[in-house]
Design a protein around this ligand. Structure first.
Ligand SMILES: [Fe+2]
Length: 156
């Protein structure tokens, strides 16, 4: 087990940072998706959806910071450009004029995509004995599972 970040080999740090930056890119894009939908959602469920989308982007904003600062703590560079995030992310931007159910579906899929990326981060971290990054990946994964459930509960 790597007792501190400095126990990680350069190759291990680079591989873990690659997985962290992937999760970071998708979390950044999902933050914007949730804020877009917070602003533009319409319909009879406007109030609760406006609030839920806000809870999601506020969580994701914190999540971005935790992922990026873990990249720095293991000695690597946190990706910091929007264009690079968009190019790398498997989560795509949302449509401002989408129907409310389409917004919910897209955002639920985004949660699941990020969850899968975080599962990969867990695996890479565990393989290198980096339990602290693994812990972050598990914690973030649990949060994305919760939001995926909350969103999907609207669709039945
Ligand atoms: Fe607002």
């Amino acid at each position: 087990m790597a007792e501190t970040a400095s126990d990680l080999s350069p190759d291990a740090s680079a591989e873990i940072a690659g997985a962290l930056n992937q999760a970071l890119a998708e979390t950044v894009v999902a933050t914007m998706v949730a804020q877009n939908y917070h602003w533009n959602v319409t319909g009879m469920a406007f109030g609760p959806l406006h609030d839920l989308f806000q809870a999601i982007y506020e969580d994701h904003f914190t999540g971005q910071d935790d992922l990026a600062e873990r990249v720095r703590a293991i000695g690597e560079t946190a990706q910091g450009r929007l264009a690079a995030h968009l190019e790398r992310s498997k989560v795509q931007e949302g449509d401002e004029s989408a129907e409310d159910k389409e917004m919910i579906r897209h955002l639920a899929e985004a949660q699941e995509t990020i969850g899968a990326t975080l599962a990969g981060l867990s695996e890479v971290s565990a393989r290198h004995g980096d339990v602290r990054t693994e812990d972050l990946a598990i914690e973030r994964g649990r949060i994305h599972d919760k939001f995926a459930w909350m969103l999907r509960a609207h669709l039945r």
